[in-house]
Ligand binder design. Structure first.
Ligand code: ADP
Ligand code: MG
Length: 248
């Protein structure tokens, strides 16, 4: 649950009181033109940015803050890291560790952070690679993979931490067109398995196939919120109409 979240950079308000409740197993797609605050919102949810106002409650935890002597104070880093484990984040540019193999990319956090025994971590990672269709790439290095394959490994890596919510920030916008569907297919599968997902994307095919709701962000605010069919066929906001006329 996101309530009245505000965030400024150097005096410019980038999020102007954003509120959004995402239910368990729901898939929410966020669209909006470049600079409208989509990445900042995801980064605030994942505590990669601290918010200026409002609050974010994820998986029952007030994110980034705790009460002390009747006041809300920032959480220590160790506890922030704990909260972040409930959230899996997938970025536009994959962000795999380049110097270690695919299997190590997936197992490093479970082994180091969650203290999962190595054999178990490897077994779970192989199951995830199976799920994203890349079991034969376990010992490859990221540079030996296509962009689409790297992004599928990045999704497997995020899933290895057993997150309760997955956040995707334009996961296919750095990919060549022929690789987009292999990544979207994995995401659609994930949605069918009941994962709660917030997906920033302009892939409206994905929105139609998997989203429960589609939102439009414009200048730091959510200006439209509707089920996919209504979003595409009967948008209310002028901003949505203008946005759709550019991408469809
Ligand atoms: P979107 O993801 O919708 O393209 P962003 O959330 O990345 O938008 O950015 C929203 C606005 O915030 C932009 O004007 C961007 O320049 C600004 N911004 C984002 N991150 C920072 C930052 N770390 N420092 C300063 N300005 C930032
Ligand atoms: Mg962005």
């Amino acid at each position: 649950m996101i309530e009245g979240v505000t965030k400024s950079f150097h005096g410019t308000e980038v999020l102007k009181g954003v509120s959004l409740t995402v239910r368990h197993s729901e898939v929410v797609v966020i669209a909006g033109r470049s600079g409208s605050g989509k990445s900042t919102l995801l980064r605030c949810i994942d505590q990669l940015e601290t918010i200026d106002g409002g609050k974010i409650v994820a998986c029952g935890h007030l994110m980034g803050l705790r009460e002390k002597n009747g006041r809300l104070v920032p959480l220590p880093d160790r506890l922030v890291a704990q909260q972040q484990r409930d959230l899996g984040m997938v970025f536009q540019n994959f962000n795999l560790f380049p110097h270690i193999s695919v299997i190590d990319n997936i197992t490093v956090a479970p082994i180091k952070i969650q203290k999962v025994p190595k054999a178990q971590a490897v077994e779970e990672a192989m199951a995830l690679l199976e799920r994203v269709g890349l079991p034969e790439k376990a010992n490859a290095y990221p540079r030996q993979l296509s962009g689409g394959q790297q992004q599928r490994v990045a999704i497997a890596r995020a899933l290895a931490m057993k997150p309760k919510v997955m956040l995707f920030d334009e996961p296919t916008s750095a990919l060549d067109p022929e690789m987009i569907s292999e990544v979207l297919d994995v995401m659609v599968d994930l949605s069918h398995q009941g994962m709660t997902m917030i997906v920033v994307t302009h892939e409206m095919g994905f929105a139609r196939a998997a989203a429960d709701r589609v939102l439009l962000m414009h200048e730091g605010a959510i200006v439209e919120e509707a089920p996919p069919e209504a979003f595409f066929t009967a948008p209310k906001s002028e901003h949505t109409k203008a946005f759709l006329s550019k991408i469809l």
